[in-house]
Ligand binder design. Structure first.
Ligand SMILES: Nc1ncnc2c1ncn2[C@@H]1O[C@H](COP(=O)(O)OP(=O)(O)OP(=O)(O)O)[C@@H](O)[C@H]1O
Ligand SMILES: [Zn+2]
Ligand SMILES: [Zn+2]
Length: 905
């Protein structure tokens, strides 16, 4: 055994369609990941002759004195340098073939390398929870083995261990045991088991994780219905079963016929029916949808669809469609023909609970071919949905960021809807992947198109389109929608996506190889999986997306006009309400016109902090360096103080804890306060509060949204979560109570995030017949972001913002890596951050910002420090060895390496 690191250069896997046989002749070693607690390294094994192994197969290998499960990762053409070939042990056997295709493994390896994460941890995010950890290898008798008479003549040829093992198995009613148990009971059992398998008396299998065993339910199947010797009661049951097509779940049959299990048993004994356990796949229960037909497309939609359908193999599309322009319809029609070709599609959305409407639209179109996959499913649901994907049946998987790992065998298309959304990025734990980046790799490896859809594309995507060349996005943007779709597609084709792809791959390979060579051989041994220095510059190797736009709303409906209200003026004019005059008038009109409205508030709760008027004391969280938010839903409800970081809660004190003054004042408005204020000023308006406090239970989002859609309320009052994808034609008014809270978040993405949020929330208004109206209240109306939102001017916002980013080398130009340290010990975490920062100081090619305390130093009693590394564009710096960096961290300090971080706070 030998520990070796993974790097792309030595990643040799069978390409699809390539002859695998020729590879085995070349490569006589294989690296495997062993399923052994605490082991995250790759180990090298010899390929036995006569045994076909491919990357992605599940194996058994000798490990120390045991046999353990393992996953074949990749072939090696040479044994590791400092290990004698004769010391390398052989793979024992293949348990399950083709568990994952080779492209999938390459994907996992890229993620491990790019995000500095041990491969095993990447595999853990890719698999449903618990699959790897708890799966168990077992041995069971075949029917031949069950009938084998151990004292007979044939058995004489069996070795004594094989005889012992088969006797052990025959003693159990099921004829199977775990390997672990067999090894405990029979000395050197492994030889015996191999022998039994060779003789066809026993077989290997992998038992699925214990907690997630398939769910079984009794099913009744009709065998015979010629009614002889049946009582009238029994005859009735058989008749019911026949009318149901000869099959029913037992529980349903019992209910329909009001009968008992003993009556069914009697029928079974007479040979009329069989009752057997059958597996039911647990999937999220979905409401039944009325079917829905493809809509006839607008000209711009048609152009976009044609461009998408003309793609062959890997290509990226940025589908920039204003809010309400019908992007979803384009997705649906792009997917439909794929399903008919036997392929599947993957649709990623920011937060699935928030977008039941989107899932419903897919279900209405594709029925039960739609699978929903996200972390809020129970482990059992996740496991079953995951296995359903493996069947290879054409299907549409809709999910959140981790669904990018959905094991769909024939992937025909990947879509990232609202691609700009921050929830596609994982901040912790490692790998700190961005689903967009992973989607780009996956589409490339699976050779299928990737569509990035948004009304407010991320600057990353925008820049990559612009950099595509002189005939890029800018020109296209100003061209008529008509012309643009087809021209764009043509350009793309002639430039040859193919060529780009192979170039990208080549570059990568040779770069990887170089690095590999330059590293000392001795060094290799100490490294773990995925700790190599591969890093790619932002522009390469993935080719730029093609730009498609849907510049207008459906039916040429206008985008809603946006009024900016200067709240300082309101105050000067004597209006002390949180609602401006305009907003008050607009709210008054809602009821008269039988229309609905949405009010956006940046925060939940009632007030963001509570402070004493007499001494200025601010009530703070005992575990975090933040103030406590005041929660009070309505008159008579308990008054609570809650920490929005660690969820600490306490009752609201009647007096200041410091000076006992009774005069405590509330600052900063959240959803609860706005709701209370609305109830006071507009008692006739019915409202629904929509924030993480009111949507905690499963299905709550859907319930509240359908209440609102059914007209049971006039106003929807909520946070961020109502900016995403709501398509409600009756909504004419959108109000933003205070835009400033968004702008004042102190990181380099605050402007981009504010522009996106405000544009998206504004986009909820006027999607139906009646024109919309948007009112944004702010104390800084002159802010350039607010002005760009007002004029719906994405382009000029981007230009201004990109200029700043470029000047400071921030993404999408420069690249960032954030090291986050945290510890219960305030001194140790600071010292560690300082020590590590000095190890960087002699390196060239990047700038070191920090170490600095995080903007909130303490959260949940952990002290947080960080170091930001900033790389110049196109620089391929000599990055430190992350293993060594990690080694400098004492166990009490945890380090997260966040590659391409988007939250730097
Ligand atoms: N070709 C069409 N003809 C008629 N109606 C359409 C057509 N395409 C889409 N629609 C309808 O227009 C509305 C808006 O479309 P959709 O929600 O897909 O827009 P979107 O671009 O995804 O919006 P957003 O980005 O704001 O969420 C939907 O109700 C949809 O059913
Ligand atoms: Zn006080
Ligand atoms: Zn707290």
């Amino acid at each position: 055994m030998y520990i070796h690191d993974v790097s792309l250069s030595s990643l040799v896997v069978a390409e699809p369609g390539e002859s695998y046989q020729s590879k085995t002749n070349l490569y006589r070693w294989i690296e495997v990941l062993v399923d052994f607690p605490g082991s995250s390294d790759l180990f090298t094994y010899k390929l036995p002759e006569q045994l076909e192994i491919k990357p992605g197969d599940i194996l058994t290998v000798p490990f120390g004195t045991q046999q353990v499960g393992a996953i074949a990762i990749r072939f090696l053409s040479q044994p590791p340098e400092n290990l004698a070939p004769e010391k390398i042990r052989e793979v024992e056997d293949v348990v399950s073939r083709g568990f994952f295709p080779s492209t999938y493994w390459e994907l996992l390896n890229r993620i491990a390398a790019y995000y500095y994460t041990p491969l095993i941890q990447v595999i853990r995010v890719a698999l449903p929870p618990g699959l790897l950890g708890r799966s168990q290898r077992r041995l069971r008798l075949t029917s031949l083995g069950k009938d084998q008479d151990v004292s007979s003549n044939t058995a004489i040829f069996m070795s004594p261990t094989a005889q012992q093992v088969i006797q052990l198995l025959q003693k159990t009613p099921t004829g199977d045991y775990s390997y672990y148990y067999i090894q405990q009971k029979v000395k050197s059992a492994y030889r015996g088991t191999r022998e039994l398998i060779r003789l066809g008396l026993a077989e290997n299998y992998l038992e699925p994780p214990r907690l997630n065993q398939p769910k079984l339910q009794k099913a009744v199947t009709l065998l015979d219905n010629n009614y002889q010797d049946l009582t009238p009661r029994q005859r009735e049951i058989v008749e019911v079963l026949r009318r149901q097509g000869g099959e029913s779940w037992q529980s349903e049959l019992l209910q329909t016929c009001s009968t008992s299990t003993s009556t069914l048993k009697a029928l079974e004994q007479k040979g009329y029916i069989v009752i057997e356990e059958r597996e039911i796949l647990r999937r999220e229960q979905s409401p039944l949808m009325a079917g829905d037909q493809a809509k006839s497309l607008t000209a711009a939609q048609t152009n976009a669809l044609e461009a998408i359908q003309s793609l062959n193999g890997f290509a990226q599309i940025l589908l920039h469609g204003v809010t309400g322009s019908g992007k979803t319809e384009v997705y649906l029609q792009a997917i439909a023909p794929l399903l008919n070709q036997g392929k599947s599609a993957l649709v990623l959305v920011p937060e699935i609970g928030l977008t039941p409407q989107l899932t419903d639209r897919f279900r209405a179109r594709f029925g039960n071919k739609v699978q929903v996959y996200h972390s809020a499913l129970s482990d059992g649901e996740r496991y079953d949905t995951w296995r359903q994907m493996f069947t290879g049946e054409p299907q549409v998987v809709i999910g959140t960021r981790s669904a990018i790992f959905a094991p769909l065998p024939h992937l025909g298309l990947i879509i990232l809807d609202e691609e700009h959304d921050g929830s596609f990025k994982q901040d912790s734990p490692i790998p700190t992947y961005h689903a967009r980046t992973v989607a780009q790799w996956r589409a490339e490896l699976e050779n299928c198109p990737l569509i990035l859809g948004s009304a407010t594309p991320s600057l990353e995507s925008w820049v990559s389109v612009k950099e595509q060349g002189s005939r890029g996005a800018e020109e296209q943007g100003s061209r008529g929608a008509e012309e643009q779709g087809s021209r764009g597609a043509e350009e793309q084709r002639s430039r040859g996506a193919e060529e780009q792809r192979s170039r990208g791959a080549e570059e990568q390979r040779s770069r990887g190889a170089e690095e590999q060579r330059s590293r000392g051989a001795g060094e290799q041994g100490s490294r773990g999986v995925g700790e190599n220095n591969f890093i790619s510059s932002p522009q390469s190797p993935v080719p730029s997306p093609q730009y498609l736009s849907l510049p207008e709303r459906i039916n040429s409906r206008p985008l809603p006009p946006i009024e900016i209200i200067d709240m300082r003026r309101e105050l000067q004019a004597g209006n002390r309400s949180i609602f401006s005059k305009s907003l008050q008038e607009a709210l008054e009109e809602l009821k008269e016109r039988k229309q609905q409205g949405i009010l956006f508030i940046h925060r939940r709760g009632h007030s963001t902090f509570v402070s004493c008027r007499s001494c200025g004391y601010v009530l703070e969280c005992p575990n975090c360096d933040v103030s406590l938010a005041y929660h009070h839903v309505e008159e008579g409800a308990p008054q609570l103080l809650r920490c929005h970081y660690c969820n600490y809660g306490r009752s609201h004190p009647p007096h200041c804890p410091e000076c006992s003054s009774p005069y405590l004042k509330f600052f900063g408005s959240g959803t609860q306060r706005v709701a209370q204020e609305l109830n006071r000023q507009f008692p006739h308006l019915k409202l629904i509060r929509f924030d993480s406090d009111t949507t905690r239970n499963k299905g709550a989002h859907r319930n509240l949204l359908s209440q609102f859609a059914n007209g049971e309320a006039d106003l929807l009052v909520g946070t961020q979560m109502l900016t995403k994808g709501l398509d409600l034609p009756q909504v004419t008014l959108v109000g933003v109570v205070a835009a400033d809270g968004l702008l004042h978040l102190s990181d380099y993405r605050a402007n981009e995030r504010t522009f996106q949020t405000l544009t998206q929330v504004a986009g909820r208004a006027g999607r139906g017949e009646d024109p919309g109206r948007v009112i944004i209240q702010t104390y800084t109306p002159e802010h350039p972001v607010i002005e760009a939102v007002k004029t719906h001017d994405y382009q000029s916002f981007c230009d201004a913002e990109l200029e700043q980013r470029q000047a400071l080398n921030y993404p999408p130009y420069g690249r960032l890596i954030l090291l986050r340290f945290s510890s219960l010990d305030p001194i140790q975490v600071q010292n560690t951050a300082q020590i590590i920062a000095t190890t960087f100081s002699d390196q060239e090619g990047f700038e070191i910002l920090g170490p600095a305390p995080a903007s909130i130093l303490r959260v949940a009693n952990r002290y947080r420090w960080q170091i930001l590394l900033k790389f110049a564009p196109d620089a391929l710096p000599n990055l430190p060895d992350w293993r060594e960096i990690r080694a400098l961290c004492p166990t009490s300090v945890s380090l997260t390496i966040d590659v391409d971080p988007i939250n730097i706070m």
